[in-house]
Design a protein around this ligand. Structure first.
Ligand code: AMP
Ligand code: ZN
Length: 484
């Protein structure tokens, strides 16, 4: 079995990954607050943890991994949109409009992330569906002396948990000095954080022993991970910005509620994404959503490819140059894998992932090294079927489609570029005849040669068991067909 090593933020070093139960490897990743479309930065953890999910499924088997990623659908901005719609005359109660808004943004999110070829997690709980378990956990924390009620709020008492700050390596005093904590008269310690807060009549709320209210953000993940993965699971992930306070608070809640359990054994954090060397921000004009890019015609696979080029623990810079290079590389690789046909297609689907690629990803998700390996494999793939199979298997493992060739440049129509359709029927007939011969003689050398010439001339070649179809692509160059 492939050895996996992961950098554990809690241990501050790379460690061998040993699952609690190899039959059910369990991972929880903090998902988005669904108030609007996901920006490009939000997509980074999705792609990073999708690579990890695919690796775990590859090593332990697809049915032996449980991946949970939540939706935070309790949020003031969701409420504000719902309220604005209600004031503008939308039908339904405020609660219904709140739910509608989250349904809408969750739908967008899933479409965008699927376009990046991120697999859906096994479970995608919505916080609003787990209010009962949250209330139960808060009651338990009060009973155990870790939380207290004050003016309709319930607060977690950080001083009651001696290890508070271990993940981020800070002491409570340092945190008070450095953090922008909300100072409130009802807090015993300024670092105490909210588990439950009151809701006014015009805001969504749930009945609780402390009155009508709603949960704090941190308790959502503690309750949902406990319900779906148990008191101890393997991996907990999210962006670096969540280490403090979100993850620190999750740990405090979960360890105090279940003192005999370990909560998460490995903590993984991705670094942030920036754009052209600058932090993404609306005021700098470099803020955009995944949907904006997809709308501009940037394929989701290109976004994925750019992401994989940087190790997840390094800051990643999205640049136009990288986007252009990624598109060219993927286009080239897809051309190479499209040279596979007939029984080779099935073989490619079941080909082993080359060790160099698998080991790179298994070494703390070194996708940048894996991509370098793919470049090496691709160099030989033009002339060598084995390399083509390896390229296809590696692309599949990293979440790229090797079966779909790109036959046009994105955002441009082929007709516009070529002026008029190109007639390739004579070449189709010729190739079909040569292939028929080859099926009898079992010697495909000439078929391969013709196919390669066509591809080099910018022709897409599709061969099914019965048909040969040729289509001119945007890079079609008729002069390269003269020798044929
Ligand atoms: P949020 O909806 O703000 O809670 O964020 C959802 C996820 O996106 C979290 O895991 C964040 O850490 C992550 N995230 C937000 N901004 C960025 C960024 N610029 N780069 C990478 N990850 C980010
Ligand atoms: Zn969380």
């Amino acid at each position: 079995m492939t050895d996996i090593r992961l950098y554990n933020t809690m241990a501050r070093k790379k460690q061998d990954f040993i699952p609690i139960d190899a039959d059910n490897v369990r991972i929880y990743v903090c998902g988005p607050t669904v108030y609007d479309r996901a920006h490009l930065g939000n997509a980074r953890p999705v792609v990073v943890f999708d690579v990890l999910y695919r690796l775990l499924r590859h090593v332990y088997g697809p049915d032996h991994v449980t991946y949970v990623r939540n939706f935070t659908d309790v949020d003031d901005k969701i409420n504000a949109t719902a309220l604005a719609r209600k004031e503008a005359g939308a039908e339904g109660t405020l609660e219904e409009l709140v739910h509608q808004r989250s349904d809408e943004t969750i739908g967008w999110y899933l479409n965008d992330m699927r376009a990046l070829r991120a697999l859906d997690p096994d479970e995608m709980p919505r916080a609003t569906e787990f209010i009962g378990p949250m209330v139960a956990m808060i009651e338990d924390l009060i009973a155990k002396g870790h939380a207290y009620e004050a003016e309709g709020h319930v607060l977690f008492a950080v001083e009651s948990y001696k290890e508070y700050g271990r993940l981020s390596g800070r002491s409570v005093d340092d945190m008070i000095a450095g953090a922008r904590v909300e100072v409130a008269p009802y807090k015993k310690n300024p670092m105490d954080f909210v588990l439950w807060k009151p809701s006014s009549d015009e805001l969504p709320g749930w009945d609780s022993p402390w009155g009508r209210g709603r949960p704090g953000w941190h308790i959502e993940c503690s309750a949902m991970s406990y319900e779906l993965l148990g008191a101890t699971f393997d991996i907990h992930g999210g962006g670096n910005d969540l280490q403090f306070p979100h993850h620190e608070n999750e740990i405090a809640q979960s360890k105090c509620a279940h003192p005999d359990a370990g909560f998460a054994n490995y903590w993984l954090h991705n670094e942030m994404l920036q754009v052209e060397g600058k932090k993404m921000s609306k005021s700098l004009g470099n803020f955009f959503t995944v949907h904006d890019l997809l709308e501009q015609g940037v394929p989701g696979e290109v976004i994925r490819f750019v992401f994989l080029g940087t190790h997840y623990r390094k800051p990643m810079d999205w640049t136009e140059k990288k986007r252009v290079e990624a598109e060219a590389t993927l286009r080239k690789w897809k051309e190479l894998t499209s040279l596979l046909y007939d029984e080779q297609l099935d073989e490619a689907k079941n080909s082993p992932v080359p060790d160099a690629v698998l080991n790179a990803v298994a070494d703390d998700l070194n996708t940048a090294l894996a991509v370098t390996e793919l470049h090496r494999i691709a160099k030989n793939a033009k002339d060598d079927v084995r390399s083509r199979l390896q390229l296809a298997a590696s692309m599949q493992f990293l979440g790229f489609s090797w079966e779909q060739r790109w036959d046009h440049s994105f955002g441009h129509s082929l007709e516009k570029i070529l002026g008029s359709p190109v007639d390739l029927s004579a070449y189709e007939k010729h190739l079909a005849a040569v292939r028929e011969q080859a099926m009898l003689s079992k010697d495909f050398t000439e078929v391969d040669r013709l196919k390669l010439m066509l591809v080099n001339a910018g022709v897409e070649v599709r061969m099914s068991k019965t048909d040969v179809t040729l289509d001119a692509t945007e890079s079609f160059d008729p002069s390269k067909l003269e020798d044929l």
